[in-house]
Design a protein around this ligand. Structure first.
Ligand code: GUN
Ligand code: FE
Length: 450
């Protein structure tokens, strides 16, 4: 009876749903009905023909069911496992230098501006709105070294309804741009303040993440301190690893007592089952084994890897080592704030590897769909809450319409749902993402209030 559902049904949708499961990268559900309770959780997902029984059992009125139109389907919200909110201002520019020169020339001077909270509010509002519109329901953000601006990013994500991990960046070494760094004690103290103040806000879906920028910009003492903070707090950790060959060589010189780049993070307590490391293009098999053993994940950022000429991640080899993997835009190293672009670049770069090594199978669109949704959720250790349409999970979803007037793609009468999903992944954009939900709340189109 209706009294079995503690929170009560808030919304019921009927139509096509697509998602990933443990067994299938892409499960197609034609004519299903899905219920969301008042807390935003999925309470049932069943075949449409059961709607009358469900209405009785769950206590909703079939007249209140929202039916999807032709050309529409629901898919899980996408997960951006690595994005620099602070670099959004120059996204789409400054793509002419490799990593270390790019950081010194473009990135550090811009990031130093976030002392200015007015500037921070403007940029962070724009990046959260843009990524939400692009279908990113969960983002794992780097902010800057500035605690107050990083707290503001958390507040803006909460306001606009995005699920987010937010990192105040830590770095106490910066020889080329010395005005953009912290003192060791300052970095520790401000990280503790950031964590304390963000947790005090009790945002339901915004959490702090311990964020050493990368081994090149952190002293061993700072890495130790951050490892200890992560251990005692149990929080997520994010950083960069083995993105570019020059960087890998530099880390070898800077940490002569460590066996590898991975060993640097391991020895400092920063490689846990809540760690997500961006890039990993040049990791060895030995290092991937250490990732697997510690349950750490990799954020695959193919757009950035091409734009900064860093390398190409061999996803098949990562999978062979059973290392958790998600997709990242890595704005502004990557020039797009859309995970759909990361999806396409992931396929394209896998095909470049296949050209060089014909025995390597390129990634399929089903596999990258999985990476963009359930894979990303696993990589961020959030797969108990989000990632697909399992009963009990939060309803984080995109209502996609492939037939919007003036949209970027055409469908034909013979196109079955699987073909439509493939077209959307390869050709679709925010015009097709007509509604975005996070924990049942409609966050796109923006309501203006809340
Ligand atoms: N490594 C250290 N910092 C950065 C950054 O801001 N972007 C990228 N792509 N790599 C980094
Ligand atoms: Fe990055």
């Amino acid at each position: 009876g209706r009294h079995d559902t503690a929170a009560g049904i808030a919304r019921v949708y009927r139509g096509s749903f697509v998602h990933s499961t443990r067994d299938a990268a892409l499960e197609i559900l034609n004519d299903f009905v899905l219920g969301v309770d008042k807390s935003g959780k999925i309470t049932f997902i069943e075949e449409g023909k059961n709607v009358d029984r469900l209405a009785q059992e769950q206590g909703f009125n079939t007249a209140d069911v929202e039916n999807l139109g032709p050309g529409e389907f629901f898919m899980p919200g996408m997960v951006d496992t690595h994005i620099h909110a602070s670099q959004y201002t120059y996204m789409g520019t400054a793509l002419d230098l490799p990593l270390l020169q790019w950081l010194n020339t473009y990135t550090f001077p811009v990031e130093s501006r976030y002392r200015d909270l007015k500037f921070a509010r403007d940029v962070y509002t724009k990046v959260v709105k843009r990524t939400l519109r692009n279908g990113t329901t969960t983002a794992c953000y780097f902010a800057t070294i500035h605690t107050d601006a990083s707290l503001l990013l958390g507040q803006i994500a909460d306001d606009l309804g995005q699920r987010a991990l937010v990192g105040k960046v830590c770095m106490d070494i910066n020889p080329m741009v010395p005005q953009y760094k912290e003192l060791l004690d300052e970095s520790k103290d401000e990280t503790l303040r950031f964590i304390r103040e963000l947790l005090q806000k009790k945002y339901p879906r915004v959490k702090p993440v311990v964020t050493p920028r990368f081994a090149v910009s952190c002293s061993s003492s700072l890495l130790d301190a951050l490892g200890e903070i992560a251990r005692s707090s149990g929080l997520h950790i994010q950083s960069h690893i083995s993105e570019n060959k020059e960087e890998v060589e530099l880390v070898k010189q800077l940490f002569p007592d460590c066996l590898s780049y991975t060993d640097v993070y391991l020895k400092h307590g920063l490689l846990t089952d809540k760690t997500v490391m961006a890039h990993g293009c040049h990791l060895t098999d030995e290092e991937l084994k250490i990732f697997h053993k510690n349950g750490a994940s990799i954020s695959h950022c193919p757009s950035s890897n091409i734009s900064l000429m860093s390398g190409i991640l061999n996803v098949r080899n990562v999978q062979k080592h059973k290392v958790k993997l998600g997709l990242g835009t890595d704005v502004a190293g990557g020039y797009s704030a859309s995970i759909l672009d990361a999806v396409r670049r992931a396929i394209d770069t896998s095909k470049v590897l296949t050209i060089e090594h014909p025995q390597l199978r390129p990634l399929t669109f089903e596999e990258v769909f999985w990476l963009a949704t359930l894979g990303g959720s696993e990589a961020l250790s959030l797969d108990d809450r989000i990632g697909n349409f399992e009963v009990g999970k939060d309803f984080d979803a995109l209502r996609v319409n492939v037939s919007v007037p003036g949209g970027p793609l055409d469908v034909f009468p013979e196109d079955v749902l699987k073909v439509i999903v493939e077209k959307f992944l390869n050709l679709g954009d925010d015009r097709n993402i007509v509604e975005v939900y996070v924990a049942g709340r409609k966050v796109v189109p923006f309501s203006g209030k809340e």
